[in-house]
Unconditional design. Structure first.
Lengths: 255, 398
C-alpha cells in the first residue's frame, strides 16, 4: 500500500497561524488581568522596599507615636482623625474583650476593668499597613492614591476627587477625609522624612522601640533578621492585602 | 466650630462598643442612597420598555414611551447626587480623562455615557423621529423649530426610511438590554467588590441590585402610568396594569429569593463578621430591613400581587391595590438601598462596635436635597411628556 505524502496546505498554514495568533491574544488578555488584580512590586533595584514591624510585647501605650504624628504631619487635633493610634485590649476572665482608644491613646490610658476581672491586657499600635496589594489604591477612580517605588502608599492631594471609595475599601480603618483639605488622608510613612534619611516620626519617638522599619529586600537588614527570628503576623491575612506591617506577638483577639 | 466637626463630637457619644477612631465620620450619606435608587429606576424602566419591543408583549404598548422617557428623566439626574457628594466636585471630570484602570468606580462615566448617548437617546430618537417631523410640519412658531432641531434635520418620512427607524430602534433595544444589565449590575459591583466590608462583599450583590432595579423600575412605570391616565382623564386599561403586575410579581419573587439566599448563606457560613451583622440587622437596621424592606416592601406586595393574579372582579379595587403595591415596592427598594449603603457603614470594620448616622434636614447631604434629586426627574418627565406626548404619536399601520 502506498501513502501519498500530504503537502502542507494553505489551509494548514492558516490554521496554525490562527492558533499562534489566538494563543498570543490569549496570553495578552491573561496579562490584562493586571487591570483587575492590583499589586505593586519592588521593581527598582536601587530603592528599598519598606516593611514595618510592631512589637506588641514592647508597646507600653504611652501614645507618643500618635501625638508626634499629629504634630509632624499636621493631622487635625480632633479625636476622629488619626494616621496612627494605639488600642488597648483587655480580655476579661469571662472571655469578653474590651477595646478602647480614647483620643487615639494620645492622652494615655486608664484601665476601666477592675484588676480582678482581667485575664490579660495589651496595647496594639495601628497605622497604615502599606499593603502591596492595597485595596485603597485599587479602587481609587483617578489614581490619586498610588504606591511609591519603595512600597509606600501615598495620596496626591491635588488629584483626589474626594469620592471616599478608598476610605470604604481600607479594611484597617486607616483613612479619613481631611476636614480642611477635603481630600483623603492617611499615613505617608513620613515619606518627607524618609527622603531626608530621617526615620518616620512615630518610630523615632517610640521610647521602647516597639516600632521598627527597614528594607525587606535586604537580607541583612534588621527587619528581615527580626522577621526570621520571630513569629509575626499581619492583620486580616485572609483578605490578601499584601500588608507589609508585621506584628510580633499578635493576640488572636486583635482585629 | 466647623459644623461638621461639631456633628462628629455629637456622634462621639453615640458610639457603641469599639470603632476605629477614623470610622466615626460616616463617609457616604443619603446622596449615595439616592444614586443607586435612581439608576435602578432607569435600568428597571428600560427593561420594562424592552419587554414590549423585543419580546413583543403587546399589552405593554401603552407604557413603552412612558417607560423610555421615565428612564431618560432619571438618567439625566443620576450623576448629580454623585457629583454633589464629592468633596472636590470641580475635579469630577478627572474620572473621565484619567480613569484608573483597576478601579470599579472609574468605569462609571463610560457606562453612564454609553447608556445615555448610545442606548436611551438614540432609541428615543428613532422612535420619535417620524412623529417629530409631522409635529414640526403641523406646528407654528418656535415649536416648529424645536421639533425640527430635534429631528436633526432628517425629515424624510417615506415608508422605507421609517422602516429603517424601526429596525435600528429594535437593534438598539437589543443592545440596550445587556447595557441596562451592565449599568445596574455595575452599581452593585461597586459595593459587592469591597472585600473590607462583609455586609457588601458578595458576588450576589450585582445580581441583587439588578433584580431590585427591575422591581423598582417596573413599579415606578406602573405608578406613573396610573397617574398619567388619571391626569389625562383616560380610563386605565386593566389589561396593561395586569400585565405589568404579572411581571412585577415574578421579578419580585426572584428578587426576594436572591436576597433571601444572600442572607441564608451569610447565616449558614457565619464567618468572622456574623456576630456584628446579627447585631446590626436586629438593632440599627431592624426598622428599615425587616419592616420597611421586608414586610412593607416585599411580603405585603407579594401577597397582594399573588391575590391579583386570580382576582379579576371589581376594577376599582384592583386599581387601588396596584397603586398601593407600586408605592410599597418603591419604598421597599429605597429601603434596600438605604440598608446597603448606610447599613454597611454603621458597623466598625473592627467588628466590635457601631457608629451612628444622623440624617440632617438641610444642607447638601440632607433630606431636602435628597428629596429634590428624587423629584427633579419627575419634573423632567413632565416636561418630556409635554414635548414628546406618546399619545399624540403618529401611528402607521404595518
Amino acid at each position: 500500500m502506498e501513502y501519498e505524502k500530504v503537502k502542507p496546505s494553505r489551509r494548514k498554514f492558516l490554521k496554525s497561524a490562527a492558533l499562534i495568533a489566538g494563543t498570543a491574544i490569549g496570553f495578552k488578555s491573561l496579562n490584562s488581568s493586571r487591570y483587575l488584580l492590583f499589586a505593586a512590586e519592588p521593581n527598582d533595584k536601587n530603592l528599598p522596599w519598606y516593611g514595618i514591624v510592631i512589637d506588641i510585647e514592647k508597646c507600653i501605650g504611652c501614645g507618643k507615636c500618635a501625638k508626634s504624628c499629629k504634630i509632624e504631619n499636621d493631622v487635625p487635633q480632633e479625636p476622629f482623625f488619626f494616621r496612627t493610634w494605639v488600642e488597648q485590649y483587655t480580655v476579661k476572665n469571662d472571655g469578653s474583650v474590651n477595646i478602647m482608644s480614647p483620643n487615639g491613646g494620645i492622652d494615655g490610658f486608664e484601665q476601666q476593668v477592675p484588676d480582678g476581672e482581667i485575664f490579660k491586657s495589651f496595647f496594639v499600635p495601628k497605622m497604615c499597613n502599606h499593603c502591596s496589594k492595597s485595596p485603597c489604591s485599587q479602587v481609587c477612580p483617578v489614581g490619586a492614591t498610588f504606591e511609591s517605588p519603595e512600597g509606600v502608599v501615598l495620596i496626591d492631594e491635588k488629584y483626589c476627587i474626594g469620592c471616599r471609595y478608598c476610605v470604604q475599601a481600607c479594611p484597617y480603618g486607616c483613612r479619613f477625609i481631611h476636614p480642611v483639605k477635603k481630600v483623603a488622608n492617611k499615613c505617608t510613612f513620613c515619606y518627607h522624612r524618609l527622603k531626608k534619611n530621617l526615620d518616620p516620626v512615630c518610630m523615632e519617638v517610640c521610647p521602647t522601640g516597639a516600632r521598627m522599619y527597614g528594607n525587606l529586600k535586604d537580607r541583612n537588614s534588621k527587619i528581615v533578621k527580626f522577621l526570621k527570628e520571630h513569629t509575626t503576623q499581619v492583620l486580616r491575612p485572609h483578605l490578601n492585602t499584601g500588608s507589609k506591617l508585621y506584628y510580633n506577638a499578635l493576640h488572636s483577639e486583635v482585629k | 466650630m466647623d459644623p461638621h466637626i461639631q456633628h462628629l463630637y455629637e456622634m462621639l457619644s453615640k458610639v457603641q462598643g469599639y470603632i476605629f477612631p477614623n470610622e466615626l465620620d460616616l463617609q457616604w450619606g443619603i446622596l449615595i442612597v439616592v444614586y443607586p435608587f435612581i439608576t435602578g429606576l432607569v435600568a428597571g424602566a428600560f427593561i420594562l420598555a424592552s419587554l414590549e419591543r423585543v419580546f413583543n408583549v403587546k399589552e405593554l404598548k401603552p407604557t413603552y414611551q412612558i417607560a423610555l422617557l421615565t428612564a431618560l428623566s432619571f438618567l439625566l439626574v443620576a450623576t448629580l447626587p454623585l457629583i454633589s457628594h464629592l468633596s472636590q466636585p470641580q475635579r469630577a471630570y478627572e474620572i473621565m480623562i484619567t480613569p484608573h484602570s483597576s478601579s470599579a468606580m472609574a468605569i462609571f462615566g463610560f457606562v453612564y455615557l454609553w447608556y445615555l448617548m448610545v442606548v436611551l437617546l438614540l432609541e428615543i430618537w428613532f422612535d420619535y423621529r417620524e412623529s417629530m417631523v409631522v409635529w414640526s410640519n403641523s406646528n407654528k412658531g418656535i415649536m416648529k423649530w424645536v421639533y425640527r432641531i430635534l429631528t436633526l434635520g432628517l425629515s424624510d418620512i417615506s415608508p422605507e426610511t421609517v422602516r429603517w427607524d424601526k429596525r435600528l430602534g429594535y437593534f438598539i433595544t437589543i443592545i440596550g438590554i445587556p447595557s441596562a444589565f451592565i449599568l445596574h449590575g455595575y452599581v452593585g459591583f461597586i459595593f459587592g467588590s469591597i472585600k473590607a466590608n462583609p455586609w457588601w462583599s458578595t458576588p450576589l450583590m450585582p445580581i441583587i441590585f439588578l433584580f431590585s432595579a427591575m422591581v423598582s423600575g417596573i413599579a415606578l412605570v406602573m405608578f406613573i402610568f396610573m397617574v398619567i391616565s388619571y391626569i389625562r382623564k383616560q380610563p386605565i386599561e386593566m389589561k396593561v396594569l395586569d400585565t405589568i403586575g404579572r411581571y412585577l410579581f415574578f421579578i419580585l419573587i426572584l428578587d426576594f429569593t436572591l436576597e433571601g439566599l444572600d442572607q441564608i448563606h451569610r447565616i449558614y457560613e457565619s464567618d468572622e463578621s456574623f456576630e456584628i451583622i446579627k447585631l446590626l440587622v436586629s438593632g440599627k437596621l431592624y426598622l428599615t430591613l425587616f419592616i420597611s424592606q421586608g414586610l412593607f416592601g416585599t411580603l405585603i406586595p407579594l401577597i397582594i400581587l399573588a391575590f391579583l393574579q386570580f382576582y379579576r372582579r371589581a376594577i376599582s379595587i384592583r386599581k387601588t391595590l396596584y397603586l398601593v403595591v407600586s408605592i410599597l415596592v418603591l419604598i421597599g427598594v429605597y429601603s434596600m438601598r438605604w440598608n446597603v449603603v448606610i447599613g454597611g457603614q454603621l458597623f466598625s470594620k473592627s467588628f466590635s462596635g457601631f457608629t451612628s448616622f444622623k440624617l440632617g434636614l438641610i444642607g447638601l447631604d440632607g433630606t431636602l436635597m435628597a428629596l429634590f434629586w428624587l423629584l427633579l426627574p419627575i419634573g423632567i418627565l413632565a416636561f418630556l411628556l409635554w414635548l414628546l406626548p406618546p399619545w399624540k404619536m403618529v401611528e402607521r399601520k404595518e
